[in-house]
Design a protein around this ligand. Structure first.
Ligand code: SF4
Ligand code: SF4
Length: 478
């Protein structure tokens, strides 16, 4: 007796169907139609199968570009095994770790801040750069354009900042190290894409060389992007590490660190410099190693093992979206716990604490030295991470601090971060805070800082005098 068996019919895996319709065109029995329901996991619309007249020709399976979109169902003959050539899921990808390649000892470089950051990116294994020129950040992009072709890298001048950040979304999704240089108006345009990257948990490094605003402003230095860098960036519950270098050396070091952290947390990382720091030239020692990037198992890589990977920031099911937010918030809490960084200068005995970041911190450091010569115990607290604000490093200094002087090239955005961090740390009676602020391209000057600290010092002395008198009066009356 001749045994016959049915040819296997197609089985659809909706989460792997992108709704391209190729299978619809391939089926001459009209068994497949376009879908109407959005798949909650992917945000795409999978096709629908009606297999009553299907003869198992498998043309639709051949037409499907997705390895798991359509598969042949297992044959139903009792006692038979899967056909030897039946599709099986390939082994899932495994992460290939980064390797650190030792560098030979080299003489220090003398380079501007943007160049130092670009060199740091290359040493961190970045081989993909996207950007749209904007002063005062363009020099960094220009250096990447010159060097990347010699390193098998890719430089793309995007059509806009919006395109730039979405190129980064794709490259980060492929598990590759990518970056951009931008400046304040360009950074604003990237916020939506940054939110998508945070939502989809994709790495990338944005170096924002801040210039004066609001609006187009001018090309002078400012720190007016601290608010959007630290309080977002972008819509939704987003957070990114925000590094604030103060020297060309830190432009290199913190850019390298930014790549490590972007991949460690699967999140974009921001390096915010001011326009002055982008242009200032300084000595830069090269590190002892460079990074040869591996490949994370989550990368969309185009081979069978990585094919199930999908990165999206859309979760149409409300419960799924809330659960995703909870997971992101837990990740941000780990950043707060582990990543606070600050530089403390002469704070062991300081009465008046100056708080400043980027170039204003360099000026403030000079002011501390001048004030010490005048007998005033001033110290400098320099946040290296603006988010998370390094409150862990500040708390031990606060009990002996009689006054705080904020020095910044913004309308008080760093002061807002300080006040919020102290409030969240339950510092309910902080020292009095005064400030030296400039903006519009003008930086705080050393003589202004000295004058402000002297005023804070004298106000504290007279306050102490009044408290002593009041205490004496109370003692006499009692
Ligand atoms: S197996 Fe052939 S008949 Fe069945 S749905 Fe696919 S193309 Fe149509
Ligand atoms: S060909 Fe594959 S991916 Fe395209 S609609 Fe059909 S099942 Fe979906």
């Amino acid at each position: 007796m001749v045994q016959t068996r049915e040819r296997p019919k197609p089985v659809l895996e909706p989460d792997f169907c992108k709704g391209c319709g190729r299978c619809i065109d391939s089926c001459n029995r009209h068994c497949i139609e376009a879908g109407t329901e959005i798949d909650a996991a992917t945000g795409l619309i999978p096709v629908k199968l009606h297999l009553d007249t299907c003869n198992g020709c498998a043309l639709c399976i051949d037409a499907c570009p997705e390895p798991y979109g359509l598969q042949a169902e297992a044959p139903h003959l009792p006692g038979t095994e899967l056909l030897p050539n039946a599709p099986t899921r390939p082994k899932l990808a495994e992460s290939i770790p980064d390797t650190r390649v030792p560098l030979p000892p080299m003489r220090p470089l003398v380079v501007k801040g943007t160049y130092a950051s670009a060199i740091g990116a290359l040493l961190a294994g970045c081989r993909h750069f996207y950007g749209y020129p904007i002063t005062p950040s363009t020099d960094g992009a220009e250096l990447m354009a010159k060097l990347l072709p010699y390193l098998d890298g890719h430089f793309v001048q995007a059509v806009s900042e919006v395109a730039t950040i979405n190129h980064m979304y794709g490259t980060g999704g492929a598990g590759l190290r990518c970056m951009t240089f931008t400046s304040s108006p360009g950074f604003s345009l990237m916020l939506e894409g940054l939110s998508y990257m945070v939502g989809a948990e994709l790495p990338g490094v944005v170096v924002d060389v801040m210039r004066a605003g609001p609006g187009l402003g001018n090309i002078g230095p400012e720190q007016g992007d601290i608010k959007i860098a630290c309080r977002g960036p972008g819509h939704g519950g987003t957070r990114t590490l925000v590094f604030a270098p103060a020297t060309p050396q830190e432009m290199l070091d913190l850019t390298m660190l930014a790549f490590d952290k972007a991949f460690e947390y699967r999140n974009p990382v921001l390096v915010v410099a001011d326009g002055y720091l982008g242009q200032i030239t300084g000595r830069v020692d090269l590190p002892e190693h460079m990074v040869k990037p591996g490949l994370p198992d989550w990368a969309v890589w185009g081979d069978a093992a990585h094919r199930p990977n999908l990165h999206t920031s859309i979760l149409l099911n409300e419960a799924d979206q809330e659960a995703h937010n909870v997971k992101l918030q837990e990740k941000f809490a780990r950043m707060v716990e582990r990543e606070q960084r600050a530089d403390l200068y002469q704070t062991d005995d300081s009465d008046v604490l100056i708080v400043a970041a980027n170039t204003p911190a360099r000026t403030a450091k000079g002011a501390v030295a001048a004030l010490r010569k005048q007998g005033i115990k001033a110290g400098l607290f320099r946040p290296i991470t603006l988010w998370p604000f390094p409150i862990q490093q500040l708390l031990p200094v606060l009990p002996r601090t009689k006054a705080i002087v904020m020095v910044e090239a913004s309308t008080g955005q760093l002061e807002d971060e300080l006040r919020l961090a102290m409030s969240l740390a339950d510092v309910h009676a902080p020292p009095p805070i005064t400030h030296v602020r400039h903006f519009g391209g003008i930086m705080p000057q050393m003589n202004e800082i000295v004058t402000c600290v002297r005023a804070a010092h004298e106000a504290n002395a007279s306050r102490k005098g009044r408290e002593t008198e009041a205490g004496e009066a109370a003692r006499v009356l009692s």
